[in-house]
Design a protein around this ligand. Structure first.
Ligand code: ZN
Length: 166
C-alpha cells in the first residue's frame, strides 16, 4: 500500500499534527506573537492595559476588564517559589513523558503578576516541594510549516516552563 503523500518530518514522528497542542507563534497567525518573540530573547513578558492598568497573564489582545485593545508589553520576573503543585502520572497527553508537573508559582510581591500556573520540567517525580525556588526555562518546540508569499517555510517555535533552581 502506498503511503500518504505528506509526511510530518518537522515533528520527527513524535506526534501527529492534529495533536500538536503548541500555539502557532508566527505573527501571521498569532496576535500575541510578541510574547514568543520576547521568549526567544529570554524575556518573560505579558500585557498591561493602557486604559485601566489591568495586567493579564497569559497575555491578551483585548483587556478582559475594560475591553480596550490598547495594551503594552511589560516584563515579568523569571524566578518564583512553588506554592503548590500536582504530578500527573496517568492520563498524560501523548508525546509527554510522565510525570507531568504543574505548579502554582508565587512570583513575589514586587511582580506585576503575583502568581501563575506553569509546567515544571527538568525535575524528577517526588522531588519538588512547596517553597522551592524555580526559574524560567525556554525550550524549542518543533517548527510549524506556514505559507508566506506562496512559499512554504518552517516557522520556529519556543515555549516556556519553570525548572528548579539548582
Ligand atoms: Zn483595561
Amino acid at each position: 500500500m502506498e503511503k500518504p503523500g505528506i509526511g510530518i518530518p518537522f515533528l520527527e514522528g513524535k506526534y501527529s499534527p492534529t495533536l500538536d497542542m503548541w500555539p502557532l507563534e508566527a505573527k501571521e497567525f498569532n496576535r500575541t506573537h510578541t510574547f514568543y518573540d520576547n521568549l526567544k530573547e529570554g524575556k518573560f513578558t505579558t500585557t498591561k492595559c493602557k486604559q485601566c492598568n489591568y495586567i493579564a497573564f497569559p497575555p491578551r489582545v483585548i483587556c478582559p476588564e475594560c475591553y480596550s485593545d490598547e495594551l503594552e508589553w511589560i516584563e515579568l520576573p523569571k524566578r518564583g517559589k512553588v506554592i503548590t503543585m500536582v504530578e500527573k502520572w496517568g492520563g498524560v497527553a501523548i508525546c509527554f513523558e510522565p510525570p507531568l508537573i504543574d505548579a502554582w508559582i508565587d512570583m513575589g510581591e514586587s511582580s506585576p503578576v503575583k502568581r501563575l500556573l506553569s509546567r515544571v520540567i527538568n525535575c524528577e517525580g517526588g522531588q519538588l516541594k512547596e517553597g522551592d525556588e524555580v526559574q524560567l526555562v525556554v525550550f524549542d518546540v518543533p517548527g510549524h510549516p506556514i505559507e508566506k508569499r506562496k512559499e512554504r517555510i518552517i516557522a520556529e517555535r519556543v515555549f516556556f516552563a519553570f525548572e528548579p533552581v539548582k
